[in-house]
Design a protein. Structure first.
Length: 238
């Protein structure tokens, strides 16, 4: 059976993000799967969500930058086995995602949009076999100080290690798109042209600003990043 996993810790995101993610997965998958949320607070999660505690991760300190995600490479990861899809809880699913389990590759991640010449991927959506890459976590726990000096965040570290091991592959570019780079028009056209869903997109990733609620409401922070109210986000994000 396929596994879909996510993480929620701290107070930045409420349980509604996880509940919406679970609903979107249910609407957009036809193959059997388990939905597991690893969290430090399961309050408010819908009854159908398999809530688990956060995996042990003795982070030695420093900026968070998503480092806790590498605890998903623990072996064993609870009782999970087989193909496992990690999803950030602030993504929006806009199409069927069965293909994310059938696409070939030992480890699949999003190719970085801003700097595509680098091997670094975006870890909002990645797939691996549960328990298959424990060296990612083990190496970090042994060499955390050096690793934090060498790379900025967890996705750069994960990508580097798996690229060096010859195990890194990327999703087809059209499947996982950035709201900022793939849906919004470039400045100044973004003041007149509303965001749209690119053809064949399955997942829209929100990184930095805006987040899904900002897109729904049209909240803008920068002149060059003007955000129109985007009704299709609300149509999918529930």
């Amino acid at each position: 059976m396929a596994n879909v996993i996510c993480m929620k810790w701290g107070t930045k995101y409420g349980p509604e993000y996880v509940n919406r993610l679970a609903n979107m997965v249910k609407r957009n998958m036809t193959i059997p799967y388990r939905f597991v949320c690893m969290t430090d607070d399961a309050t408010g999660l819908d009854a159908g969500i398999d809530a688990r505690p956060l995996p042990d991760f003795d982070d030695p300190g420093g900026p968070e930058r998503g480092w806790r995600k590498i605890s998903t490479f623990r072996n064993p990861l609870f009782d999970l086995t087989g193909p496992t899809l990690f999803l950030d809880i602030d993504i929006v699913i806009v199409g069927n995602i069965d293909c994310l389990f059938s696409h070939p590759g030992e480890f699949l991640i999003i190719k970085d949009w801003a700097r595509p010449w680098r091997p670094t991927g975006n870890s909002s959506v990645y797939r691996f076999d549960a328990g298959s890459q424990p060296q990612i976590l083990d190496t970090f726990m042994r060499e955390h100080a050096a690793i934090r000096r060498e790379v900025r965040n967890e996705q750069e570290y994960i990508s580097r290690e798996l690229h060096n091991a010859g195990k890194l592959s990327y999703w087809p570019a059209e499947w996982c798109v950035s709201f900022k780079y793939g849906c919004m028009a470039k400045f100044p056209m973004n003041w007149w042209v509303p965001p749209r869903i690119p053809p064949n997109a399955r997942i829209v990733v929100f990184h930095g600003h805006p987040n899904p609620p900002d897109a729904v409401e049209g909240n803008t922070r920068k002149i060059t990043r003007h955000v129109h109210k985007t009704p299709w986000v609300a149509e999918h994000w529930h």
